[in-house]
Design a protein around this ligand. Structure first.
Ligand code: NDP
Length: 249
């Protein structure tokens, strides 16, 4: 991880779950980390919980990634205060209730706007910062096994409605970014992280109860991000799919 010391990692959705776990490991590994989220009080708590020596490397910025103007403002702040972005962890995501065929259209739009467009807004600005400074940075997409499958694999599960299309779209965004960066002669890496169920706030309590111990922890996913980041400059981990042992689909 030597080459990442004091480099700048942006983690969207750092206020809880997988994003918070990524932020902790990245800060501990010596990077400067900018946590983006709407709940700034959670970001503040995360900062306070860090060992004193690490605290100065955690920065927070209120940002609703579904609003392009807010993403623009956050990245302007990062450029001004920290000089640019070297690692982008696109992690912010939501699941709303209901089924695609009869839920409110505004909830479908909100899911796509956050999970898909939010990642696109952040990726464009992060890649632009890396390319302008000629940094061989790293773009991460926290996707999902649902985004790899593109459908609801287990008939017994609740439909994830617009969530699955939003993540399926992210699979294509990742691949297109990878190809475009190669065409531009860039050394920026891209990695898609595809977890199955993870014990975080996004998963309803009933689902957690049903899964019992067959569920990943946020730290498992964050460790996968760290593994891909730590690979040498010539090696690219394109995808990591993680499931808890015993998770069938
Ligand atoms: P959490 O609910 O714990 O975390 C979601 C994070 O996303 C929060 O920090 C939240 O922050 C942030 N977020 C949501 N909407 C926005 C927004 N509009 N702007 C900025 N931040 C936003 O769940 P997870 O940690 O599990 O989710 C992280 C990612 O992992 C998601 O993309 C999810 O789809 C993916 N994933 C999760 C799985 C699971 O089983 N848990 C499985 C597969 C993938 P705030 O509300 O403060 O804005």
């Amino acid at each position: 991880m030597d080459r990442w010391q004091n480099r700048v990692a942006v983690v969207s959705g750092a206020s809880s779950g997988i994003g918070a776990a990524c932020a902790r490991l990245l800060v501990a590994a010596g990077l400067q980390v900018v946590g983006l989220a709407r709940r700034t009080e959670r970001l503040q708590k995360l900062r306070e919980s860090l060992p004193e020596e690490q605290r100065k490397r955690f920065h927070q910025h209120a940002c609703d990634v579904s609003e392009e103007a807010q993403v623009d403002a956050a990245f302007e702040w990062i450029e001004r205060e920290l000089g640019g972005v070297d690692v982008m962890v696109n992690n912010a995501g939501i699941v709303l209730g209901g089924q695609l065929i009869d839920m409110p259209t505004k909830d479908i739009a909100s899911t796509l706007q956050t999970n898909l467009m939010g990642s696109i807004y952040c990726t464009k600005l992060a890649a632009s910062s890396m390319r302008r400074r000629q940094v061989a940075g790293h773009l991460f997409f926290v996707n999902s096994t649902a985004g790899v499958a593109g459908y609801k694999p287990d008939p017994a599960d609740e439909s994830l409605n617009a969530y699955t299309p939003s993540k399926f779209g992210l699979t294509a965004v990742h691949e297109i970014c990878r190809q475009e960066l190669i065409q531009k002669g860039s050394k920026i890496k891209t990695t898609s992280i595809n977890p199955g169920w993870v014990a975080t706030e996004i998963v309803p309590d009933e689902t957690k109860a049903k899964l019992g111990e067959v569920i990943l922890q946020a730290d498992d996913v964050a460790q996968a991000v760290m593994y891909a980041l730590a690979t040498p400059p010539h090696a690219q981990v394109e995808q990591i799919t993680l499931r808890a042992v015993g998770e069938y689909f």
